[in-house]
Design a protein around this ligand. Structure first.
Ligand code: CA
Length: 184
């Protein structure tokens, strides 16, 4: 191998490594573990760190994705159903900060309510945080809300909630980034 070709090889190897780390879908600044939904718990066949409640079917989708190779799809079949898909996020100790929670969502003929929700742990929960509900059909778009920190917090539970009768909902790339808290 000549020096010139070795140089090209090193460049190519570097590019492959960059692509592999970008596939993760979560930058260093996001505090949501496995927010990209890419890591699958083999025993549960479900994204690591994520849990689900409710009657609606929630499946790992490897075709319709926003980032990487996986999203979660929630399917409604005509009767009223709901699904709450949730993850625990570590808090920020600085009470002058907020966590900005964002998720990419997509809908197809969804009749119901889709929104993000968050609770500040530990209980009792003084208040909940949620985005305005959406429905209908849309390509990938961002839902976002800010959750201010308070003293003694042990974590935040971030929920993607869908309740409805018909259609399909996808979400991917759930993130929590630290921002300055707005003065209330
Ligand atoms: Ca993904």
């Amino acid at each position: 191998m000549t020096l010139k070709y070795r140089y090209v090889f090193v460049l190519l190897a570097g590019a492959v490594i960059c692509v592999a780390s970008a596939d993760d879908g979560v930058s260093e600044s996001s505090r949501v573990p496995n927010g990209s939904l890419e890591q699958i718990d083999a025993e549960r066949a479900y994204p690591e760190g994520w849990h689900v409640n409710g009657e609606a079917a929630v499946i790992v989708d490897d075709v319709v994705v926003c980032d990487g190779q996986r999203s979660l799809q929630i399917i409604f079949n005509g009767s009223h159903q709901d699904a709450t898909v949730y993850v625990s996020v570590p808090p920020v100790t600085d009470v002058n900060k907020s966590l900005r929670i964002t998720a990419q969502v997509r809908m197809h003929e969804f009749e119901g309510k889709l929104f993000l929700m968050a609770y500040r742990y530990p209980p009792p929960f003084d208040r909940s945080f949620r985005t305005s509900p959406i429905e209908g059909t849309c390509e990938w778009r961002t839902l976002s809300m800010d959750v201010p920190m308070k003293p003694g917090m042990t974590g935040i539970q971030v929920r993607v909630v869908a309740a409805g009768t018909w259609g399909r909902v996808w979400f991917d790339n759930v993130r929590a980034t630290v921002v300055e808290a707005e003065v209330e």
